[in-house]
Design a protein around this ligand. Sequence first.
Ligand SMILES: Nc1ncnc2c1ncn2[C@@H]1O[C@H](COP(=O)(O)OP(=O)(O)O)[C@@H](O)[C@H]1O
Ligand SMILES: N[C@@H](CCOP(=O)(O)O)C(=O)O
Length: 308
Amino acid sequence: MSTTCVSRAAELTVLRVRVPGTTANVGSGFDCVGIALDIEDELELELKDGPGATTVVVDGEGAHQVPLDETHLVLRSLDVGLAEWGGRRHAMELRCTNRIPHSRGLGSSASAIVAGLAFAWGIAHPGLELDRAELTRVSSRIEGHPDNAGAAVWGGAILGWFDGDDVELVRLRVPATIGTRVWIPAFEVGTAGARSVLPDEVPRRDAVAQAIASAALPLALERRPDLLLAATRDRLHQAYRAELMRPSYDLVLALRELGVPATISGAGPTVFAVGTQEQLAPGDALVAEGFARHAPAIGGGVQLQRLG
Ligand SMILES: Nc1ncnc2c1ncn2[C@@H]1O[C@H](COP(=O)(O)OP(=O)(O)O)[C@@H](O)[C@H]1O
Ligand SMILES: N[C@@H](CCOP(=O)(O)O)C(=O)O
């Protein structure tokens, strides 16, 4: 068994992964709707012969914040993948070019987890295509909910949820006429902190309103953009998190007042909007101080490439 792993790994030199950032929830789809965005991290893993130390080099977002040792999220996730699928840890160098901002609600942690798992798949199954269902299952388990992880794995827009240990995932067909905007602030909000302020119980009228909006959301994204403003309306998380990100919450309210289907992206504090160019135009005209506005395309799923 170990002989097989050594000879397989000896054929490898460098694995390259591209993984998109994501926006989760899209308002009413709390913990179950995600959209990949064309803001990508690029990572290379150079596998050296035999056991030995791992080095980590990071450029871009989080460069001076993330650990450069075995506790790096990509490496921790790679180890989970190797434990799931077999394959042995070699001496290696991980090189990360990060473009997804951290702790802004753009799914950086899910993307790092998916990247680590894609490397693990490449080591465990050289020459085999990524098994995206398997990647979704394991990344969702590590991340805790499938919204960001599922979108980073598959690209496009997804609806995903746990069914026991399995993940049910539906890919949504969003037409090319639908665009996105993000307003990224300079300040950070960690996802764990933003989840800790959510109540365990909500009033029945809010639960009912959320059920109605979330039922309409996939339909609105796929073929009824006229429903997007109503379908992205949230009663479950955004208001409870407002004090952690007051400028973002106020911007969401101002945009929605103008008819723009705007939400908090993931657990915040980035603001996200989705709609036709006509629906998004009033937001483009709005001055939002303290935010950097971008218009990312909807992104593709994680890609694994073998070099040399
Ligand atoms: N590319 C990455 N490499 C290493 N660690 C990362 C990376 N992206 C995110 N992380 C870790 O995840 C944290 C941010 O996760 P989280 O609070 O869930 O916010 P986000 O909305 O960006 O996913 C970072 O502080 C860092 O510890
Ligand atoms: N559904 C989650 C999404 C968290 O996304 P992130 O990008 O902020 O990590 C939540 O709203 O807590």
